[in-house]
Ligand binder design. Structure first.
Ligand SMILES: *[C@@H]1O[C@H](CO)[C@@H](O)[C@H](O)[C@H]1NC(C)=O
Ligand SMILES: *[C@@H]1O[C@H](CO)[C@@H](O)[C@H](O)[C@H]1NC(C)=O
Ligand SMILES: *[C@@H]1O[C@H](CO)[C@@H](O)[C@H](O)[C@H]1NC(C)=O
Length: 319
């Protein structure tokens, strides 16, 4: 396999976990692979199809940023997860519904989270993105406790109340001022959640407060103000309580998915950001040691099932 980066002098791959400055001639991975952690099937209409799943919209989201996808099962050994970790360039925690402390989803996430912390501390840059439940999971992992309370915003599109930090953030760096304007005024973000972390809880928690910057907040249906977008201050970890993948890849007319050109633009830019940007997955140089093993691990080995008329997802990968 062609991996010219391997021959670069060691000095370039020893950046610290502090985010890189841009002028450095960074080694870039042109064949990135992002792991997506599967989730237990809890919904009874999905049970006949498999025990774990990934909605295809998340796969398309990552693929649209220019990466390949490896699904990560929930029943492997720690040694196997360590091997997968050494083979992938970033990780996505999907939305859905799962216990954030006791499920296998949470257990495997914790293994990867610890590996990612350790890797970043050692200068081995490894990004993680959490969407909806995945963002909630990141808060549980960082805080070491479940701080979620009811912050319902179910089937609602919302503009983001952007913080000052958003304007100097990495996540929104590629957004034009017009798009930032639209993001704060038009309902470009699809929300489908009952729980979240309130701004108050977040600010009262030293671990969350020192780990993440709040990039946006929103008001829930019950009046609570929740954190809707966050990024790690020094670690390349990102969380959105809303669903960028639905704007381009989910179309159920019974649900309010934002499909306007600006909503599509926001989702495209964030997918590209996670895969491409100088801070993200292309900076990671992990790879599968055997091409056959890589080929066997990729999502291309699986066929999504059409579930359009009963789940809200057109297609789902079941495992
Ligand atoms: C947006 O957040 C600020 C504080 O960061 C708050 O003062 C303001 O009321 C919020 N606006 C909305 C529309 O929620
Ligand atoms: C979602 O919201 C839309 C628009 O408000 C509404 O027409 C639709 O019935 C809602 N769907 C569900 C499942 O609540
Ligand atoms: C969904 O479509 C399939 C194939 O057309 C059909 O067999 C099934 O009954 C439908 N399910 C629902 C809930 O409408």
């Amino acid at each position: 396999m062609l991996r010219s980066v391997v021959f670069l002098p060691v000095i370039f791959i020893q950046w610290s976990c502090a985010l890189p400055t841009k002028w450095k001639p960074d080694p870039i991975n042109n064949r990135p692979i992002i792991g997506i952690l599967t989730q237990e099937v809890n919904d009874h209409v999905m049970k006949p199809f498999g025990k774990t799943y990934i909605p295809a919209s998340y796969v398309k989201y990552i693929e649209s940023g220019g990466s390949r996808v490896v699904p990560i099962r929930l029943t492997q050994s720690t040694a196997e997860y360590e091997k997968i970790f050494r083979s992938i360039n970033g990780l996505l925690f999907i939305g859905g519904s799962s216990n954030l402390e006791t499920s296998n989803f949470a257990r495997v996430a914790r293994i990867f989270y610890r590996l990612a912390l350790k890797a970043n501390d050692a200068g081995d840059f490894f990004p993680i993105w959490g969407t909806c439940l995945g963002m909630q999971l990141l808060t549980v992992l960082v805080a070491g406790e479940n701080l979620l309370t009811k912050t319902p915003a179910e089937n609602m599109s919302l503009p983001l109340n952007l913080t000052t930090e958003a304007f100097s953030s990495r996540m929104f760096e590629g957004f034009s001022s017009n798009l930032m304007n639209a993001l704060s005024q038009e309902a470009l973000t699809g929300n489908f959640h009952h729980y979240g972390v309130t701004v108050e809880t977040f600010k009262d928690n030293d671990k969350l407060q020192s780990f993440f910057s709040i990039l946006s907040t929103n008001k829930a249906e019950n009046g609570a103000t929740f954190v809707s977008t966050m990024e790690g201050k020094t670690y390349p970890f990102y969380g959105v309580q809303w669903h960028p993948e639905v704007s381009r890849f989910q179309w159920d007319p019974k649900l309010t998915f934002p499909h306007s050109p600006d909503a599509v633009r926001v989702a495209s830019l964030l997918a590209e950001f996670f895969v491409n940007e100088v801070y993200c997955c292309r900076r990671n140089l992990h790879y599968f040691s055997q091409p056959e093993e890589e080929a066997m691990s990729l999502i291309y080995n699986y066929t999504p099932t059409y579930t359009g008329n009963f789940t809200g997802y057109e297609q789902i990968y079941f495992f």
